[in-house]
Design a protein around this ligand. Structure first.
Ligand SMILES: [Ca+2]
Length: 146
């Protein structure tokens, strides 16, 4: 079986699993009218990210790479939790790298996290600081959210 067929089967399995999970637990979309839905707390976010196994998918260079991981993770977040996980890319030394931006409530504040679904690692995004994506610090001068 070629790699493309394996990828399609994995994606179909993820979607079926996400649909089944979403049928047994009602998505918590409680912010209708906003352009995003955040996690209710950073604790909830961290528990969910610990359970996420998107990083177990096989990375295939130029076929199933960073953008595919970011969009797959977005689908899982929307279907399973009813929350947003924006696929985003940062331009780093003229190279795009895709990751996810996730918003979580932290008391009365909102915090943004950069999630690297390839590695399953997250880091808080801090104003005027380089963004750490996975294990690398990037001085991203432009982020595009989808
Ligand atoms: Ca790709």
């Amino acid at each position: 079986m070629n790699n493309m067929k394996v990828k399609l089967i994995i994606i179909c399995e993820i979607l079926i699993l996400a649909i089944i999970v979403s049928m047994v637990s009602i998505p918590r979309i409680n912010n209708i009218g906003k352009e995003y839905v955040e996690f209710n707390s950073t604790i909830e976010l961290k528990v969910w990210l610990k359970l996420d196994d998107t990083n177990t998918l096989e990375y295939i260079n130029n076929t199933f790479d960073c953008d595919d991981f970011a969009f797959a993770f977005k689908v899982l977040c929307v279907l399973i939790h009813g929350v947003s996980a924006f696929p985003a890319y940062g331009v780093i030394n003229d190279v795009r790298h895709y990751f996810n931006v996730i918003i979580a409530r932290d008391g009365g504040d909102l915090k943004a996290y950069a999630y690297e679904p390839i590695l399953g690692r997250y880091n808080k995004i801090r104003k005027d600081k380089p963004i750490t994506i996975g294990i690398n610090n990037y001085k991203i001068y432009k982020i595009h959210l989808f």
